[in-house]
Design a protein around this ligand. Structure first.
Ligand code: SF4
Length: 373
């Protein structure tokens, strides 16, 4: 690749994107260069986005439940976790979890997003029981639960294989897995930001096992801390390779790092330029992912909205009671109304589409909902 952003480099990349060919690692790194025009990268990403999702922009009506913030790993990137007994540490009771889910169902939620800490005293059965009780009480809500890091820990705790853990969770009512815990796959980066929890290979193996059982999952990348552009591209390429193998990922979610309240608080926040470039490059590199989210809690409302023109096609959801990013200084609200989400989308000229967990259009009538057949 040339040392400067020459016309021939651009022509090669544009030609590949227009003809639907795959970009390689060097081209991805080129697109991350600060002297490469962000708006041109965005235009190319928008081309790829329009090819997959035309002018549709998705959102869902969902809620987050975080049963505990007590966690054995205490990652350096995390502002949310606590030690047992530390001020602010909490463990939700079954009644509180069910009450929060009940409130979500009354608000029309189609999905519950369940993630949290790995409590030193809670066995796998505690986490399994949460899924079982929620599914029994609210069978129509999709339970998107437990990151690959949590699943790997459940396997350690229970002595079961990852596959057996997943089978039990599916039998209890698990519908889908979130994509958290991926951070940046590079081992040297993980050593600096999350040295104790499951590594890249485990994360990928858990998702591979889930996909083989028919469970769809999401994928994330936490960027904007100590990683390089090359390490971001390496991360995206490892996800692309697994998607080639299984086809099990629903969406990719780039998450900007919020340093406030973490051991890495001395690091600056990412700029909107970096956020938009990361969304755009992700869209261009992940040609086998149908959806790229602009998660408004992480990006902020203005950048998330703008990202719809830089490759993203999904703003995520109403969320309600988000805790993890807010502990790290997120200044957005803890939830948005449907009207607010739809307005954010309409202002960009896209068509808002309420989706369920699996990107089926949701049809609502007289307070009832069903996915489009
Ligand atoms: S990032 Fe997740 S695994 Fe790490 S300390 Fe926080 S809750 Fe625990």
């Amino acid at each position: 690749m040339d040392a400067s952003p020459t016309q021939s480099t651009w022509d090669a990349i544009r030609g590949k994107v227009e003809s639907g060919q795959r970009l390689d690692a060097a081209e991805g790194e080129f697109l991350f260069r600060e002297d490469v025009d962000l708006h041109v990268v965005g235009q190319l990403a928008n081309l790829a986005r329009r090819r997959k999702n035309d002018r549709l922009a998705y959102y869902n009506i969902n809620a987050h439940v975080n049963p505990t913030n007590v966690c054995i790993y205490r990652c350096r990137l995390c502002a949310y976790s606590r030690d047992p007994g530390e001020p602010g540490a909490y463990v939700m009771s079954d009644e509180d979890i069910l009450a929060q889910a009940d409130e979500a169902e009354r608000a029309g939620c189609t999905e519950l997003h369940l993630v949290g800490g790995l409590h030193p005293d809670k066995p796998f059965d505690w986490y399994l029981g949460i899924v079982r009780r929620l599914h029994a009480a609210f069978p129509r809500m999709s339970l998107k639960a437990w990151t690959a890091v949590e699943i790997a820990r459940f396997a350690e705790l229970s002595g079961l294989s990852v596959r057996a853990v997943l089978e039990r969770l599916i039998e209890a009512g698990l519908a889908c897995m979130p994509g958290g815990g991926a951070e940046i796959f590079d081992a040297g980066v993980r050593e600096q930001i999350c040295p104790r929890k499951a590594g890249a290979q485990t994360w990928l193996d858990v998702h591979r096992a889930a996909h083989r059982l028919g469970l769809r999952t999401n994928a994330t990348m936490l960027y904007g801390h100590v990683e390089t552009a090359a390490q971001r591209i390496d991360h995206l390429l490892r996800l692309r390779a697994l998607q080639d193998e299984t086809g099990g990922f629903l969406a990719f979610v780039p998450l900007s790092f919020h340093p406030e309240g973490t051991i890495l608080a001395h690091l600056p926040r990412t700029s909107s330029f970096d956020d938009l470039r990361t969304v755009a490059v992700s869209r261009l590199m992940l040609d086998n992912f149908d959806h790229v989210k602009a998660y408004w809690i992480s990006l902020g409302l203005g950048t998330a909205q703008t990202a719809l023109a830089y490759g993203a096609d999904d703003l995520d959801g109403t969320v309600r009671q988000e805790k993890i990013h807010h502990e790290a200084g997120a200044t957005v609200p803890e939830g948005l109304s449907v009207a607010q989400l739809r307005r954010l989308i309409e202002e960009t000229g896209h068509e808002p589409v309420e989706r369920d967990t699996f990107y089926r259009r949701v049809l609502r009538n007289a307070g009832k909902w069903k996915p489009e057949p």
